[in-house]
Write a protein of this length. Structure first.
Length: 254
C-alpha cells in the first residue's frame, strides 16, 4: 500500500534523503526510526506529496503521489508532527470540514465524521472548541482528521511528541487498533523514540544520514535478547565523526 522507490532529496550539495526504498502492506505498523536530523520528516513529506523528491518516486495504494496526486492524497491519512488544527472550531465542525476537503460525498459525510469521532474517543467532546482541549485530545482530533475519509494508508510523524505518559499510552493503543481493525490500515510511524517502536510496531526501518540502514521485523532485530537500543546505537554512532549530510537549509531535515 505504501511504496517508496529510490526517494532522494538534495539541497545543492547537501543530501537529506539518499535513495530510500521500502514497502508497507495492509495491517502493518512500521516504525520509521532514526535520530533527529536523519531525514525522517523529509521522507514523510515526499510520501504524502507535500514535497517533490529530487529523484525517485512513491506510490500510495498504487497511485503515484506526483503523477496521480489527487488519487494518492485520497488514499492517505497524514498526521504531521504539528497537526494543522483550528482552535476556534469545534471538533465535529473541524472533522466535517476535513471530510469535505477529502471529497467525502455529502450523503456519507455525517456517518464518516461519527465513525472517526467514535474510533478516536472523541464523541463526548464533539461540540468542544479544539482550542479548549488538552494536547492529548488535540492529538486525537488530528488522528480523527487523518482517518475521516477512510484512507487505506496512514502516515504519522511523531504522533506522541509532547504528550504525558497516559496520553502516550492512549494514542499508541489507538494506532494499533487502526492497523488491526476495519480496513487494516497500512501504517508508517516516524519517530526517534525507541519505546514507541517497541510498543506498537511489528517492523523497523532505520534511517541514518538520509540512508536506510536497517529494514527488518522487530522480533528478528531483537532475537537472542538483543536490545533495539543497542542496534540503534550501533547503526547511528559508527560514523559519528562524519559530516552530517542530512541537515539541509530552509527545510526541517528530520
Amino acid at each position: 500500500m505504501i511504496e517508496a522507490r529510490g526517494l532522494s532529496k538534495r539541497y545543492g550539495d547537501l543530501v537529506a534523503v539518499d535513495g530510500v526504498s521500502f514497502q508497507v502492506g495492509p495491517g502493518e505498523v512500521v516504525g520509521f526510526l532514526g535520530p533527529n536530523g536523519a531525514g525522517k520528516t523529509t521522507t514523510m513529506r515526499m510520501l504524502t506529496g507535500f514535497m517533490p523528491p529530487t529523484d525517485g518516486t512513491a506510490l500510495i495504494d498504487g497511485h503515484d503521489v506526483f503523477a496521480d496526486a489527487q488519487a494518492a492524497r485520497r488514499a492517505v491519512g497524514y498526521l504531521p508532527e504539528m497537526p494543522p488544527l483550528y482552535p476556534e472550531m469545534d471538533v465535529q465542525g473541524y472533522l466535517r470540514y476535513v471530510a469535505t476537503i477529502h471529497d467525502v460525498p455529502r450523503s456519507e459525510r455525517r456517518a464518516a465524521v461519527d465513525r472517526a469521532l467514535e474510533r478516536c474517543g472523541l464523541t463526548d467532546v464533539r461540540r468542544r472548541l479544539i482550542g479548549a482541549l488538552s494536547k492529548g485530545y488535540r492529538q486525537r482530533v488530528g488522528l480523527a482528521g487523518a482517518i475521516v475519509h477512510a484512507p487505506p494508508v496512514l502516515i504519522l510523524d511523531e504522533p506522541t511528541v509532547g504528550l504525558d505518559p497516559i496520553q502516550i499510552q492512549e494514542i499508541r493503543s489507538l494506532i494499533k487498533a487502526l492497523a488491526s481493525g476495519e480496513g487494516e490500515h497500512a501504517v508508517i510511524l516516524s519517530t526517534h523514540i525507541l519505546a514507541e517502536v517497541e510498543a506498537i510496531c511489528g517492523r523497523v526501518i532505520l534511517i541514518h544520514r538520509g540512508r536506510k540502514v536497517q529494514d527488518a521485523p522487530l522480533s528478528e532485530l531483537t532475537a537472542g535478547g538483543r536490545r533495539l537500543e543497542e542496534i540503534f546505537a550501533r547503526e547511528t554512532l559508527r560514523d559519528e565523526a562524519a559530516p552530517d549530510a542530512a541537515a539541509a537549509p530552509a527545510e526541517d531535515p528530520r
